[in-house]
Design a protein around this ligand. Structure first.
Ligand code: IRO
Length: 311
């Protein structure tokens, strides 16, 4: 009776929960484990034009309140992930997928997207405009002019369903300015949020990750209120044709429920998936369904975006 079925653009998903890019998605083996789990979909590790080794280890640490990472965009090159999602889409019972991509420059991004446009891939694309961890490369979507330029160019040739992964914004004016840019383009979705960039976690007298003297992207409990604010801010500002994927601080069914209440159509799990493995999807799906059943909700449509305010 209670269903967590959802849709993004023209695609349907039996479950609204899936991995967040970067977690459990580096290799075919990891992606297959998500495909075979209770998750409704998977997103690949962000693929660049060429394979990358990423930053020196240790570069990911679980902490009491979440995680910190400075992976530095290690990946097998976009073609590896493109080949795998094309292979899977030929299987009859395959889920629909998200291919995460970005270039090390706008030119590289266009080279990659033109290859994806020309390929047989029929699924969704998530353009990552928010990696906080490549030394010398700022988070693209904090630069509104560059973001506008990239999207303008992308949509001059790209016609497949594409969304963008956003960094968290922290100012109402920035929500307004970013939304005004995104509303100019036929985006299928925005995904809020990537990690909160450049935090610093200390144990005893030392940092816990090696790159950038310990600075890294925060995930988990630290980020949930910021994630919910971004989901809801964009839900309220974007054209209704642009759906929201909610990511940040989801470790229980209640957390997923809150993301949906703020307007999310799909909910991604990063830190908790890293800590628990793919079985996390079964647990959180059950917790979400229990909350829905207790409230008399049969589907996500019954409560999506219906956050109430104090008069
Ligand atoms: O360091 C990473 O690989 C990384 C990426 I591309 C990202 O988008 N977000 C993140 O926290 N880490």
């Amino acid at each position: 009776m209670v269903s967590t079925h959802t849709t993004i653009g023209p695609f349907t998903f039996d479950n609204c929960l899936m991995n967040a890019a970067g977690v459990y998605c580096m290799t075919r083996e990891e992606l297959k484990a998500i495909e075979d789990s209770a998750a409704g979909s998977f997103v690949t590790k962000t693929g660049t034009l060429k394979e990358r080794a990423g930053n020196p280890e240790p570069r990911y640490a679980d902490t009491a309140l979440g995680s910190i990472n400075s992976m530095g965009l290690p990946n097998k090159g976009f073609q590896y992930y493109l080949d795998y999602v094309i292979e899977l889409q030929q299987e009859p019972d395959s889920k629909n997928h998200f291919l995460s991509l970005v270039g090390m420059s706008p030119e590289e991004t266009h080279t990659i997207l033109k290859a994806v446009q020309a390929s047989d891939y029929q699924g969704l694309i998530e353009l990552n405009l928010s990696c906080p961890n490549v030394p010398g490369k700022p988070q693209i979507a904090y630069d509104f002019e560059t973001t506008d330029q990239i999207l303008s160019e992308v949509f001059s040739y790209f016609t497949k369903p594409l969304g963008i992964k956003l960094p968290p914004y922290f100012d109402i004016v920035h929500f307004d300015q970013a939304a005004a840019i995104f509303n100019k383009y036929p985006l299928t979705f925005v995904n809020c949020i990537n990690s909160i960039g450049n935090g610093l976690v200390i144990e005893d007298e030392a940092v816990v990750i090696k790159p950038k003297n310990g600075f890294g992207g925060l995930g988990g409990d630290y980020v949930k209120p910021t994630a919910l604010a971004n989901v809801h801010a964009f839900y309220k500002r974007l054209n209704p044709s642009i759906q929201i994927i909610g990511t940040g601080g989801v470790k229980t069914g209640r957390d997923a429920f809150e993301h949906i209440l703020c307007g999310a159509s799909m909910v991604q799990i990063g830190t908790a998936l890293h800590q628990e493995g793919p079985e996390v999807f079964e647990r959180i799906t059950k917790e979400l369904k229990d909350i829905m059943a207790a409230k008399g909700y049969d589907s996500l449509e019954d409560f999506r975006g219906k956050l109430t305010y104090i008069d």
